[in-house]
Write a protein that binds this ligand. Structure first.
Ligand SMILES: *[C@@H]1O[C@H](CO)[C@@H](O)[C@H](O)[C@H]1NC(C)=O
Ligand SMILES: *[C@@H]1O[C@H](CO)[C@@H](O)[C@H](O)[C@H]1NC(C)=O
Ligand SMILES: *[C@@H]1O[C@H](CO)[C@@H](O)[C@H](O)[C@H]1NC(C)=O
Ligand SMILES: *[C@@H]1O[C@H](CO)[C@@H](O)[C@H](O)[C@H]1NC(C)=O
Ligand SMILES: *[C@@H]1O[C@H](CO)[C@@H](O)[C@H](O)[C@H]1NC(C)=O
Ligand SMILES: *[C@@H]1O[C@H](CO)[C@@H](O)[C@H](O)[C@H]1NC(C)=O
Ligand SMILES: *[C@@H]1O[C@H](CO)[C@@H](O)[C@H](O)[C@H]1NC(C)=O
Ligand SMILES: *[C@@H]1O[C@H](CO)[C@@H](O)[C@H](O)[C@H]1NC(C)=O
Ligand SMILES: *[C@@H]1O[C@H](CO)[C@@H](O)[C@H](O)[C@H]1NC(C)=O
Length: 805
């Protein structure tokens, strides 16, 4: 009997529960009031992409009241229930949260309100009349004339009209960051980034329309994907697109490239934000400071106080570190805790700080306008090469903390010796000395010219001399890329008369700036986008500083013209040294006999190139694929220090072309198998493959495909496979080495040389693996070449993919 009662009770209850869990197409006056506890009751859009309903609030603790609830709209099509809107106070942006005893209802007159039962407290009242509420296919809750699209929270959806000037457009969910006037990102009063122009509209195919300038473009523009533009809790504005297969969001555009430049990235006083990979940051204390007991958010304080009379303190140099000085509008305008001085030099800047007891640190920028900043408090510290300055922190003289911010010197401390103190490479027998004699004779004139113009340059910018003295280098961080006019470059290149190269991206002309700097001007073809976009990309390229990357000095974006101005690298490209009878179609000194590169120089070139590409892949905050690594794109300095050129240019080609172009842009013979055959996405591992091919060519002095034609002839002959057999099967490494090296009278078949060649060839074998995931990262490749990691035996490369065009 008891059983029967229980069963009929269940039968009564079940249909009700099921009905409540059914997704609703609309919510209307005839429906029962909607309680937050009905978390399975949802309002869905027609297309099923969006859903609305109550969600337990993550912010409130569930301890006392049994939890609070928000009324939210989320993307049903994503795996992670991404909330795109929640009911909130439209001026303060605070989410409306309520207990389980509240409910949402529409009365007969069409008034929609969220009230607390038993009282007359109304949490929220939609300012419109309609007896139904629906969720439309764009993700907007629509109730009469009101729609959630008119009151965005942290997210904008395609087709959502964007509020105009004088408003906060978006606020991050944690309430710390705002997008103001559809234009500026702010943390409190501190601005930290601007969109090029006010945002107008996000289109479904992935462009951000801006007022008056050309739009910003998602990296997957054109595909029909669900998209959202969100001001994330880390303060960055990102455009996401939903990958249909994985149902995960992918970032396809973001405003801030270096997260540490976001104000408030670290909360505590005197903390310094340091990037950890491309998408995360960490906060650390400067040397001489320790974390406050309540954790890093509470900030850092000096371990020991100095007296302030300038007798018991010292300055610790932190490279690439800057502080904001509190609220300010532009990066270098003095803030509350910062003043800008115009000193004679570094010592002057330091003395003025020491004389001021309240000065806790000073910042000094070597290049450009010789900025000196005095800080009275350390706010919003961050590390970024883009600061191009060092902060000198005042600490007690007895402080012995290790300083982790020594980026400038470590950047300089790479494979390549500095030109002014041209060192003799480690001893390699008589060949090297003879080669140096040849090299010196050949390039004495250029060297002299280089040194002269360098000193002329130093005289002109005397602050560089000081920097050269402090750091022992002549590489000068300049104040961002300079903008040249078309007329200036026309004059510098004598009306583009001296073409020195032609590449995939355009023609290169040699020129000379009025200050006598020799430059290479690259006139780009097929670069899309407007000036603002070009400028933004160029700024990113200009930030990439590495001794083994060709330095970009400036650019030109006049009307249709797009040009990049690089330092001139005198010795031309590696292919002319490696391959007899250089093949590149160049005017000028193509026929001049090039000296034979000895083994040691080849090794140094390989290592330098590996480090430069590793830097592009791993250390650059903006992740950059080169996509066209080949000997033609490796330029050589006077002392054969290699400089990789054409990096970052794949970012410049117009996005529309990119989809189709990227497949064919690579150079035959250097393209990874997945690029040619499988049509898989191209990753950093494609660069690793190209580098492996270049490495084999450096060792062998033969073109990977030329070799095939003239010596072996068989159709399926494949250089990597052949080299693999020589190393691991026949154990005849000598067969791979450039015969010219072996025949050179001074070639010493000693253990060290053999080990070097072996390391280069074995590393190449790993780079040339058929499967991209088997290839090591570029950082690992550099380590393999250095000999700091053991090189195990790889799988034999088999895929033959030299494409005939
Ligand atoms: C909601 O649905 C899930 C499964 O679909 C179920 O496990 C859960 O008990 C339901 N919750 C409520 C409150 O009905
Ligand atoms: C939400 O997404 C799931 C998974 O794709 C789907 O099964 C479900 O039908 C969707 N909900 C609605 C109401 O369309
Ligand atoms: C609603 O519930 C909360 C806790 O669950 C309680 O504190 C509050 O008094 C309730 N309000 C009414 C009107 O019942
Ligand atoms: C709610 O308001 C109505 C009319 O405005 C009033 O009659 C009623 O007493 C109020 N109830 C409470 C609990 O305040
Ligand atoms: C709602 O309807 C009432 C009368 O039905 C009208 O007075 C009021 O102006 C309407 N409000 C809005 C926002 O449309
Ligand atoms: C959904 O509603 C918003 C706001 O009313 C409107 O801008 C948008 O065009 C609507 N989308 C669709 C697919 O009807
Ligand atoms: C924004 O505010 C400024 C000053 O308060 C005012 O001059 C300007 O007209 C406003 N712009 C708009 C579009 O309301
Ligand atoms: C410097 O880095 C090392 C290792 O990452 C760390 O142990 C040390 O605490 C750091 N020093 C400072 C002053 O942050
Ligand atoms: C953003 O733009 C405003 C107005 O154009 C300018 O005052 C401000 O310095 C800019 N801020 C940044 C971080 O670029």
């Amino acid at each position: 009997m008891a059983m029967a009662v229980a069963c009929s009770f269940l039968l009564l209850v079940l249909p009700v529960a099921l009905a409540a869990a059914q997704p609703m197409q609309s919510f209307s006056a005839s429906d029962t009031a909607w309680s937050p506890t009905e978390t399975n009751r949802t309002l869905v859009s027609n297309n099923g992409d969006f859903a609305a309903g109550f969600l337990p609030s993550s912010s409130s603790s569930s301890s006392s009241s049994g939890g609070k609830y928000r009324f939210a709209v989320w993307v049903n099509a994503s795996d992670s229930r991404t909330v795109i809107w929640y009911a909130h106070d439209s001026t303060s942006y605070t989410a409306v949260e309520a207990d389980r005893n509240s409910s949402l209802a529409i009365d007969a007159a069409g008034k929609l309100s969220w009230t607390v039962a038993g009282t007359n407290t109304t949490l929220l009242l939609w300012p419109s009349n309609s007896t139904t509420m629906t969720l439309n296919d764009s993700g907007s809750l629509v109730h009469g004339a009101w729609s959630s699209f008119r009151e965005p929270t942290d997210t904008l959806m395609p087709l959502q009209s964007i509020p105009g000037a004088n408003t906060t457009t978006l606020q991050s969910q944690n309430g710390r960051f705002n997008l103001v006037n559809s234009l500026t990102l702010q943390h409190g009063d501190s601005m930290y980034a601007n969109i090029t122009a006010a945002l107008r509209n996000l289109t479904p195919d992935g462009t951000l329309q801006l007022s008056g300038v050309s739009p910003l473009i998602a990296s997957d523009k054109g595909s029909t994907r669900l998209r959202r533009l969100t001001l994330d809790d880390d303060g960055n504005l990102r455009l996401y697109s939903l990958q249909p297969r994985t149902r995960q969001w992918r970032v396809v555009w973001q405003l801030v490239q270096e997260l540490c430049t976001i104000r408030g990235a670290c909360r505590g006083a005197a903390t310094i934000c340091v990037p950890e990979g491309a998408d995360s940051t960490t906060c650390v204390c400067p040397p001489g400071y320790r974390q406050q007991p309540r954790g890093i958010d509470a900030g850092c304080a000096p371990k020991k106080k100095y007296s302030g009379n300038g007798k018991d303190d010292k300055f610790v140099r932190m490279d690439f570190v800057a502080f904001s000085g509190g609220a300010d509008t532009a990066a270098l305008d003095p803030g509350k805790y910062m003043s800008k001085l115009s000193p004679q030099n570094l010592a002057d800047c330091e003395n003025k700080c020491r004389d001021n007891a309240g000065c806790v640190a000073f910042g000094y920028k070597f290049g450009g306008d010789r900025t000196c900043l005095h800080y009275t408090r350390l706010v919003d510290g961050y590390w970024s090469p883009a600061t191009e300055m060092s902060t000198y922190l005042r600490v007690v003289a007895s402080d012995k903390d290790t300083n982790n911010f020594t980026g400038m010197t470590s950047m300089i401390d790479t494979v390549c010796p500095v030109r002014l103190a041209l060192p003799v490479p480690p001893k390699q027998g008589r060949t090297t000395i003879r080669n140096i004699a040849i090299i010196t004779a050949l390039f004495a004139v250029e060297l002299l010219a280089g040194v002269l113009s360098f000193w002329a340059f130093l005289r002109k910018y005397s602050q560089y001399r000081e920097m050269a003295r402090t750091l022992g280098l002549e590489y000068l961080p300049a104040g961002g890329p300079r903008r040249f006019s078309y007329a200036e470059l026309k004059a510098a290149t004598k009306d583009f008369s001296d073409a020195v190269g032609r590449g995939a991206y355009g023609t290169v002309y040699r020129g000379e700036l009025p200050d006598r700097r020799a430059v290479a001007v690259k006139q780009l073809h097929g670069v899309g986008g407007g000036e603002a976009e070009f400028w933004a990309e160029v700024t990113i390229i200009a930030r990439m500083h590495h001794l083994n990357l060709v330095r970009m000095w400036g650019f030109c974006a006049d009307k249709e013209q797009r040009m990049l101005v690089y330092e001139y690298v005198p010795n031309g490209s590696l292919d002319k040294y490696l391959f007899a009878g250089g093949t590149s179609a160049e005017s000028g000194d193509g026929d001049k006999k090039k000296p034979l590169l000895d083994l040691h120089t080849r090794y140094r070139i390989a290592l330098g190139v590996a480090r430069a590409i590793a830097y592009l892949h791993e250390e650059c905050l903006e992740w950059v694929l080169h996509c066209d690594i080949k000997p033609e794109n490796i330029l050589l300095e006077d002392d054969f220090c290699p400089k990789v050129s054409d990096f970052g240019l794949s970012k410049l080609t117009s996005k529309k072309e990119k989809v189709t172009m990227s497949r064919i842009r690579g150079t035959r013979g250097y393209m990874a198998p997945e690029w040619v055959i499988h049509r898989e996405p191209i990753t950093a591992k494609a660069d690793v493959y190209s580098f492996g091919m270049v490495l084999l060519e450096i060792v062998s002095g033969r073109r990977n495909y030329g070799f095939r034609q003239d010596s072996v002839g068989s159709e399926d002959w494949y250089f990597p496979k052949w080299a693999f057999e020589k190393v691991y099967v026949e154990r005849r490494i000598d067969d791979i080495i450039d015969p010219r090296i072996v025949q050179a009278e001074a070639y010493e078949d000693d253990d060290a040389s053999v080990a070097t060649v072996e390391r280069m060839v074995k590393t190449a074998m790993w780079c040339l693996q058929d499967r991209a995931d088997m290839r090591p990262s570029m950082g690992k490749v550099a380590k393999m070449l250095e000999g700091t990691v053991e090189i195990t035996e790889p799988v034999k490369p088999t895929i033959f993919c030299v494409q005939d065009d």
